[in-house]
Design a protein around this ligand. Structure first.
Ligand code: ADP
Ligand code: MG
Length: 679
């Protein structure tokens, strides 16, 4: 076995303590250590004259020691070591070292050193504090590593240097020469030298590019290969010519062209003989539920059962209502199964599922509980859930057979990201809104305008419409409740007195939430004051106005999702964003939101404003984190996409010798993040 892959403990200077730190960082071998990447570099190549340094700004200077002063004990008991020095222009500078006798002793009078440190003192009496001294033997550009207690960048540099030597002894490569030359990528060994010990910054960049490319490629290939490998043959092939006409006839509206296309794609998938693995993506209000119901109808006609799983009880309840109204007239039995279905009722539902009497099962995660036994579960639909975790997949597998899967999402992921996140899924897009929809009018108003806003809300209510007021959710239990209830109290007594006001927030128990939702849907209440609980999927077409308090606190995409709760019927709808103070930045954000109702445009803007980290922050994408690759590098994403396609075309399971190392890396990557890594 190559020493590169033996224990990191074998490296010089790695004792028990450092070994433990490395283990905590997930570094077991010298090879792992090479993937512990610098966060920055310190360039010692061009020291600045002391005369040109600025107070409080760190600088690299090159000076000769002229005198070592006697150490002083400060009033706080610290030892201060001072040395006099001057640069080659003769400008003096005083070096100050605190408590570190070793650093002081290492500096010799008459010798010249290059050092980096914070500059202090006045322009005529310069000081440099606690400088890092560059060792002549070291690379002139020093790598700075992420900070870890007990592990300095200097220690890392020494160990990395030895690891690099091991890499040179027996070069290890993950990308074939063809692939590298096609995309202009340098060899791995060269990249490792370049990232840890660059001779200039171009070299570091070239290295970063190669490593980022591979990082993204691993992810992409992993999704393609491992994701698809699970099953290639469906246990529930369906009739391609299943007659859907009765379903269409029973709908209160004709499907849009986009909905029809999506239904067609789903039917093809389920009849193909392979399990379906499809994402149904459509902006809020685009009508995903009617498409899902069509898939359910088809499955039932083929003698199968299906589940529709939603992330919250409110949503599950609403889907239950909708699916019942679409499917029960056609003689299909729809049941609801959530955590709050208990006791005798639960027993009955379980029995109906086991006997096959229940054909469509709508619910929360409860539908996958161990105790639930299906008769013939062939189709699993999830709403607003980005992907299945391994745990859920396992739970599903225990239900017998490999079902078809349909994932519905309103998160308008920019195209570049979708390739990455959903590389393993087929995608249907609902890009046409049901006809008769009017774009929501969006306005930003500062706090002072609240009375005016509420007057406007009241006018809508007067017309028989309903409205939402969203308050920011406060995480800590009690506070949330107080926030919304207090706000509702104020409104009842003040600006919205006389109207029927209800509340909805995360601390209410499921039954209370359902009741509040139900009252609102039945138009027994006029205004629903709520937290972001209403964010996903809630559908009350008569609601035409939404006021969002403290709109500043939400991301653009989230605001867009919230806004999607209105504008679902034929009436003109409004969204009013209230903020206490309008900064230039928030003005810009809100302007953007007012100017478009296209979720994809909002998401693109969100990505630009906040970066991919934040963008992904609120999403359960379940992917391993990217250390190097930037999700905004469209060219690289494109190349990686193409490379992955080429590779899997030539070597579908990556079993050829030249791809073996890459395959092992992919397994390693997904083993680490396996818990929710794959579909
Ligand atoms: P989402 O894609 O956000 O989940 P829904 O499925 O909740 O959207 O649909 C939003 C609203 O549009 C619902 O009231 C639904 O009944 C209605 N709807 C769906 N499809 C159509 C259509 N083709 N024509 C008219 N209304 C439709
Ligand atoms: Mg929905």
């Amino acid at each position: 076995m190559k020493r590169l892959f033996l224990s990191v403990r074998n490296l010089k200077g790695v004792g028990r303590k450092r070994f433990e730190i490395y283990q905590k960082l997930g570094i077991e071998t010298p090879y792992d250590l090479l993937y512990y990447l610098p966060r920055d570099y310190r360039d010692y190549r061009e020291p600045v004259p002391v005369a040109e340094t600025q107070t409080d700004v760190p600088a690299v200077i090159r000076v000769t020691i002229t005198a070592k002063k006697r150490p002083i004990r400060t009033r706080t008991g610290m030892m201060m070591y001072m040395l006099d020095a001057e640069d080659d222009e003769g400008t003096p500078v005083s070096i100050r070292i605190f408590n570190n006798m070793y650093s002081y002793q290492a500096l010799e009078t008459g010798r010249t050193y290059t050092m980096f440190g914070k500059i202090a003192g006045s322009p005529n009496a310069r000081e440099i504090h606690a400088p890092a001294v560059h060792r002549e033997a070291d690379n002139p550009i020093e790598a700075i590593y992420p900070q870890t207690t007990g592990l300095t960048s200097a220690m890392l540099r020494t160990n990395v240097r030895d690891a690099l030597a091991l890499m040179d002894e027996a070069p290890f490569e993950t990308l074939s020469p063809e692939l590298r030359s096609r995309y202009g990528l340098i060899p791995l060994a060269k990249a490792m030298h370049g990232i840890h010990e660059p001779q200039d910054m171009e070299e570091a960049e070239e290295a970063r590019h190669r490593l980022a490319f591979e990082e993204m490629l691993r992810l992409q290939l992993g999704l393609r290969i491992l994701g698809r490998k699970a099953a290639r043959k469906s246990d529930y092939p369906m009739q391609e010519n299943t007659d859907l006409q009765p379903y269409y006839d029973s709908l209160p509206f004709p499907l849009t062209s986009a909905q029809k296309r999506a239904v067609g794609e789903i039917m093809q998938d389920m009849a193909s003989g392979e399990p379906m693995n499809r994402l149904l993506q459509g902006d809020v209000g685009s009508g995903k539920t009617a498409v899902a119901a069509a898939a359910c109808y088809a499955a039932v006609q083929n003698g199968c059962q299906c589940t529709l799983m939603a992330p919250t009880e409110i949503l599950a309840g609403q889907h239950y209502q909708t699916l019942r109204s679409f499917l029960e007239p056609l003689g299909i039995t729809v049941v609801l199964l959530t955590g709050s279905v208990k006791g005798k009722e639960k027993k009955t539902v379980y029995a109906q599922i086991a006997s096959g009497k229940a054909q469509v099962i709508v619910g929360t995660h409860a539908v996958f509980q161990k105790a639930v036994e299906y008769r013939r579960l062939a189709l699993v639909i999830t709403d607003e859930q980005h992907r299945f975790g391994v745990a859920q997949r396992a739970a599903l597998a225990e239900k017998g057979g490999v079902p078809h899967k349909l994932v519905m999402s309103a998160t308008p992921i920019p195209r570049t990201l979708a390739l990455l996140v959903y590389g393993d899924l087929d995608v249907s897009v609902l890009d046409v809104m049901p006809s008769g929809r009017k774009p929501i009018k969006t306005y930003a108003v500062t706090g002072g305008g609240r009375p005016r806003v509420m007057k406007f809300v009241a006018e809508e209510l007067q017309k028989g419409r309903q409205g939402y007021i969203v308050c920011p959710a406060i995480e800590e239990g009690e506070l949330d409740l107080k926030n919304v209830t207090q706000y509702a109290e104020d409104m009842r007594r003040g600006l919205l007195s006389g109207w029927r006001i209800d509340i909805l927030h995360g601390q209410m128990d499921p039954q209370e939430k359902d009741d509040a939702m139900e009252r609102f849907r039945n138009q027994e209440t006029d205004v629903l004051i709520c937290t972001t609980v209403v964010e996903v999927g809630v559908d009350v077409p008569n609601a035409t106005v939404m006021v969002i308090e403290d709109a500043d606190r939400f991301g653009l995409s989230q605001l867009h999702q919230l806004r999607g709760r209105v504008g679902r019927g034929q009436h003109q709808s409004y969204c009013i964003l209230l903020t206490e103070h309008l900064t230039e930045e928030s003005r810009e954000r809100l302007r953007l939101l007012s100017s478009t109702t296209n979720g994809f445009e909002v998401a693109e803007a969100d990505l630009k404003l906040r970066g991919p980290g934040d963008f992904f922050g609120n999403m359960q994408h379940g992917l391993p984190p990217l250390k190097l690759a930037s999700l905004t590098d469209a060219q690289m994403l494109h190349d990686v996409q193409e490379a992955a396609a080429l590779l899997t075309q030539e070597d579908p399971e990556l079993q050829k010798p030249e791809n073996h190392a890459l395959y092992m890396e992919i397994l390693r990557l997904f083993a680490q993040y396996g818990e929710n890594g794959l579909n």
